[in-house]
Design a protein around this ligand. Structure first.
Ligand code: SF4
Ligand code: SF4
Length: 392
């Protein structure tokens, strides 16, 4: 259900999402949640500050989180700024998504060693034994994980690396109470309200009643962890503060009108806007690297100089590289125009035919991390306006 419509449901508004009554966890007890997850054998991954950005990494305690930091995002612009409070989750999304852990950028598929006149195939390296607990998963990121699940687990063939990395994972979602200027999840109906796919969901509250979290479980595993925490019942004031926070995050200036977008893009193959965007696009592939749903990979073989040891690696690839469509001595998509058109048309149109959903969850990363500030919402709008003006 879209966030806006959920918020309009009146007094029973939260019942669909939180069938049980949420409880309150004081902010100074957040560490007990991390410890409870570690006791259960999870490797806890969450947001942390590094190199001037909020990135995901191993978390040992709440001090590792971006305490008191927020992000300022615009097309081609990202800066961290200090907040006036000690919020743990007072930012939107950074350059990395959870695909860093579920669909890693580099995977050694196999290796081989020369033994006299034969080769011996070695086993691929063993992967992490501990299931992941992801702390701080936003609504758009839950939607992105669902999109990658569909592509990499639920299609005709499933990807064993993705299956291994996502097995038994525990998700602690965090509701957004502010949106970055580049967010447009509300128009994609993927956020900011968390509506499912989590084991626990937190809403960080910083109002008059102090710094605290509203917590609700969404699975039996979540309920088990919640039972280990020192919590108290939530009041109507707490619920109202949560509702006001999520409503605040629905105030997003960017949006994509998804009405009929599939056919619109299919009919816009020769639209002049593709030439316009091609003049600006550097084909750097940043947009695909930061996108939480892009999943394309390539395979590379490498060997040592003596030719005694060889390895086969799978690496993220991008439809913006020339090599991506290289077949029989040439690339199919030679121009930047063809590559941008392919990327946007796949995201917003052909993905729907392939996998039943949009390939875009409205996280805004491709807008922020595009070095020349190309904005998918602006491009989609220009294609639609061109069509309404009678352009091709
Ligand atoms: S296309 Fe852009 S806004 Fe959409 S999911 Fe990918 S990075 Fe996020
Ligand atoms: S749209 Fe931007 S981020 Fe994507 S390839 Fe072009 S220049 Fe790079």
């Amino acid at each position: 259900m879209a966030a806006a419509s959920l918020l309009a449901h009146g007094k029973k508004r939260w019942d669909n999402v939180f069938p049980k009554q949420p409880v309150v966890l004081e902010a100074n007890r957040l560490g007990t949640l991390i410890l409870a997850l570690k006791r259960k054998g999870y490797e806890v991954i969450g947001p942390t500050v590094r190199d001037g950005a909020i990135v995901y990494d191993r978390i040992g305690s709440p001090e590792n989180l971006p305490v008191g930091w927020t992000d300022v995002q615009e097309p081609g612009h990202y800066r961290l700024m200090q907040r006036e409070d000690k919020s743990f989750f007072g930012f939107a999304v950074g350059p990395q998504s959870w695909k860093k852990y579920l669909h890693p950028a580099e995977v050694r598929l196999c290796s081989a060693e020369r033994r006299e006149k034969t080769f011996r195939i070695l086993n691929s390296e063993s992967q992490s034994k501990h299931p992941f607990a992801f702390l701080g998963v936003r609504a758009c990121e839950l939607a992105a994980i669902a999109v990658q699940d569909r592509v990499l687990l639920q299609d005709k063939f499933s990807d064993p690396t993705y299956a291994h990395c996502s097995a038994d994972k525990f998700i602690v979602a965090v509701q957004c109470t502010r949106a970055a200027a580049t967010c447009f999840c509300a128009s994609m109906e993927t956020g900011p309200q968390v509506t499912g796919g989590f084991d626990l969901v937190l809403t960080e509250l910083l109002g008059d009643k102090g710094h605290r979290f509203l917590v609700e479980s969404g699975s039996d595993h979540g309920a088990e962890v919640l039972a280990e925490l020192d919590v108290s019942p939530a009041s109507e004031d707490d619920l109202q503060e949560m509702e006001a926070g999520v409503r605040e995050a629905t105030n997003q200036t960017r949006r994509i009108d998804t009405n009929g977008i599939k056919n619109l893009l299919y009919q816009s193959f020769d639209h002049p806007r593709w030439d316009n965007v091609a003049q600006r696009c550097l084909a750097c592939a940043n947009c695909t690297m930061v996108c939480p749903t892009c999943f394309c990979t390539t395979v590379e073989d490498v060997s040592d100089v003596a030719g005694n040891h060889a390895e086969r690696w799978r690496r993220w690839d991008s439809c913006f590289t020339l090599g991506f469509t290289y077949i029989h001595g040439g690339s199919i998509r030679n121009s930047g125009k063809a590559r941008y058109r392919q990327w946007m048309t796949h995201k917003l149109a052909s993905w729907i035919d392939q996998f039943g959903t949009s390939g875009c969850v409205g996280c805004g990363r491709c807008i922020t991390w595009c070095p020349v500030g190309i904005d998918i919402t602006e491009e989609a709008c220009a294609i639609r306006e061109g069509e309404q003006n009678g352009e091709p």
